[in-house]
Design a protein around this ligand. Structure first.
Ligand code: PLP
Length: 293
């Protein structure tokens, strides 16, 4: 990633967004060494793609940010402030790149000064860009080690919240590379398809586009939601339901959907070839690129 813009948010004020945002140098230090985001991964984030200065699916990202904050007992984000921060970053990004992204972060704060949470919005140019043509992915299935009902039995594990604690997800991606693959689909210990470390799974099973439900402890994917909206608009059948591993291996086609990469087609699962539907992939990414906030 190439950092391009950075705004610090003053979370302790009711001031208008413009007055609560401070523009800072994206290459300079922003945090203390005792910030809980750094010392414990204790916070939440979102990454929004910006096409020609327009943040895509901004409101669904803000919805999910609020949902994550509630799951972590963080102070409820002041929506207009966070929206203002993303819009300010997006406006600046327009001058640098036709396709950028804004990562906005809410940390529980500084553990040496428990007074207030910390927030910032970083505008950057991502390394992988859906508009460059979606990459075809070799994917491995990895056991997440939880049952499909972990979100109900053990909510303190925060499955389904977009927390800053991504070390496990990054370790899974390294395991994929060790196995000669690009990416991962997590499965539950009892055989259900979950999600990728940074993506939502969409599969076409017997002509129906399916995605697993979020009550399996999954992030509600903003890209998957817009993929389903596009498919529905074209008269295709979609369903949100449990998918077991055998069904995934037999699927007609599989995609990993995420903000930064769009709908990326899977070309192999654990080394077995999966058919890539290039036509549907291209149409989906065109529809995603045409989104508005
Ligand atoms: N699931 C996980 C665990 C993720 O980290 C992400 C995105 O980073 C997604 C799904 C896809 O979400 P979105 O399409 O909103 O980017």
């Amino acid at each position: 990633m190439h950092p391009l813009t950075l705004h610090r948010l003053d979370l302790g004020t009711d001031a208008e967004p413009a007055a609560a945002l401070t523009r800072v140098d994206p290459r300079k230090a922003l945090l203390t060494a005792t910030d809980l985001s750094a010392t414990r991964g204790d916070g939440i984030f979102e990454t929004v793609v910006v096409v020609d200065g327009v943040p895509q699916a901004l409101e669904p990202h803000l919805d999910r940010f609020e949902r994550s904050a509630a799951m972590l007992d963080l102070p409820a984000p002041r929506r207009e402030l966070w929206r203002g921060a993303v819009l300010a970053a997006a406006e600046e990004l327009r001058r640098h790149t036709p396709r950028g992204a804004v990562k906005f972060v809410l940390s529980r704060g500084d553990e040496a000064n428990t007074a207030s949470a910390t927030g910032w919005a970083l505008g950057f140019a991502p390394d992988t860009r859906a508009g460059d043509g979606a990459p075809e992915l070799d994917v491995v299935l990895l056991d997440r080690g939880y049952r499909h009902d972990v979100a109900q039995t053990s909510p303190w594990l925060l499955q389904g919240a977009k927390t800053l604690s991504y070390a496990v997800n990054m370790a899974a991606l390294r395991e994929a590379r060790r196995r000669g693959a690009h990416d991962v689909i997590f499965t539950s210990i009892d055989g259900f398809v979950l999600e990728g470390p940074h993506s939502t799974v969409v599969a076409r099973v017997d002509g129906v586009y399916v995605t697993p439900p979020t009550d399996l402890g999954l992030l509600p994917g903003t890209t998957q939601a817009d993929v389903f909206a596009a498919l529905t608009g074209w008269g295709e059948a979609v369903a949100t339901r449990r998918v077991d591993v055998a069904e995934l291996r037999d699927a007609d086609a599989v995609w990993l959907c995420s903000s930064t990469r769009g709908a990326a087609p899977v070309r192999s699962l654990d080394g077995a070839a999966v058919v890539v539907d290039a036509e549907v992939t291209a149409s989906l990414n065109e529809a995603l690129d045409a989104r508005k906030a």
